[in-house]
Design a protein around this ligand. Structure first.
Ligand code: ZN
Length: 254
C-alpha cells in the first residue's frame, strides 16, 4: 500500500496544497481522503487517470477539506469517467456533498458515472481493507480513520486534537498522519493539534512514524527543525510518498 501526499497545507496556505492523501493498494484500488480546493490540480499534475479513484472519504466538510469536489467531478465528467464512485462521509454532513455533486454539472443533473454516498461507520470492511473511524476534537465533527491491510495499519487524523478514541486508533499503526497546526502549545479545548502535544503522543504510543501535516505556513520551519532531530517524527510535504511496507524509508518526490 502506498500513500501519496497530495497536499499537507493548512486551510489558507500560500505554499501548499490543501491537506489530502491518496492511498493505492497492490491491486491498484485507490482512495482519496479529503478534497480541498487545490486538490484537483494536484491530481491533474500527477496525471491520475480519471477512472483510477474508487472512493473518496471525507473526514469532515470544512471547505478546505471538501470544496474541490465539484471541480473534480466536473473534470471526470468532462473527460468521460465511467467507473462508479463511492463517497463515504458522516450522515449529518452529506447534504453539503450532495450540493457539490449538483454543482458539478449544473444545470444538468447527470454525470457520466454513478455516485453512491455512504455513511461512514465506526467500522466496516472495504475489499480487503479493515476500516475504523473515531472522532477528533474539532470545531465540527471530524473523523480520523484507520485502514488495515496486508498486516499494516495507516492512521489519518483529519482535523482536530487527538481524543482518547483517535489515540486508540493511532496506537500500533505503521504510519500515522496527525494534524498539527501550531508549533506553540494550544489550549486543551482548542480545535487543532500542536507540536508539543504531538511529540508527547508520539512518545507515549511509541509510534513507528508520526507524520505531521496541516501546519500553519509560519510554523513549518520550527516544526521541520524539531522533526529533523526526532527519529519517529516527520514533517509532511506535498508530493511525499510513503510505502506502508517500508514507511521509514524516504520515498522520492512524485
Ligand atoms: Zn476543519
Amino acid at each position: 500500500m502506498k500513500i501519496d501526499v497530495l497536499g499537507c497545507g493548512s486551510a489558507f496556505s500560500l505554499n501548499h496544497t490543501t491537506s489530502a492523501i491518496r492511498i493505492i493498494d497492490d491491486q491498484q484500488s485507490q482512495w482519496l481522503i479529503d478534497c480541498g480546493p487545490t486538490v484537483p490540480r494536484a491530481l491533474w499534475n500527477r496525471e491520475v487517470d480519471i477512472n483510477a479513484i474508487d472512493v473518496i472519504f471525507f473526514t469532515h466538510i470544512h471547505p478546505d477539506h471538501c470544496a474541490g469536489l465539484a471541480v473534480l467531478l466536473n473534470h471526470w465528467k468532462s473527460f468521460g469517467r465511467v467507473k462508479p464512485l463511492q463517497i463515504y462521509c458522516q450522515p449529518e454532513q452529506q447534504t453539503v456533498l450532495v450540493n457539490q455533486i449538483a454543482l458539478a454539472n449544473w444545470p444538468y443533473t447527470g454525470l457520466t458515472f454513478p455516485i453512491e454516498i455512504l455513511a461512514s461507520q465506526p467500522t466496516w470492511r472495504w475489499r480487503g481493507w479493515q476500516i475504523q473511524t473515531a472522532f477528533a476534537q474539532h470545531e465540527i465533527p471530524s473523523q480520523a480513520i484507520r485502514i488495515e491491510a496486508d498486516n499494516h495499519a495507516l492512521f489519518y487524523s483529519g482535523d482536530g486534537r487527538p481524543t482518547d478514541a483517535t489515540q486508540a486508533l493511532m496506537a500500533g499503526s505503521t504510519l500515522a498522519f496527525q494534524e498539527c497546526a501550531s508549533w506553540l502549545p494550544l489550549a486543551a479545548d482548542a480545535s487543532h493539534g500542536d507540536y508539543p502535544a504531538c511529540l508527547a503522543l508520539c512518545e507515549k504510543l511509541a509510534l513507528n512514524l508520526m507524520v505531521l501535516y496541516h501546519c500553519q505556513d509560519a510554523d513549518r520551519p520550527a516544526i521541520a527543525q524539531a522533526c529533523a532531530l526526532h527519529p519517529h517524527l516527520r514533517l509532511s510535504d506535498d508530493g511525499a510518498m510513503f510505502d506502508l511496507a517500508r514507511p521509514n524509508r524516504l520515498q522520492t518526490a512524485w
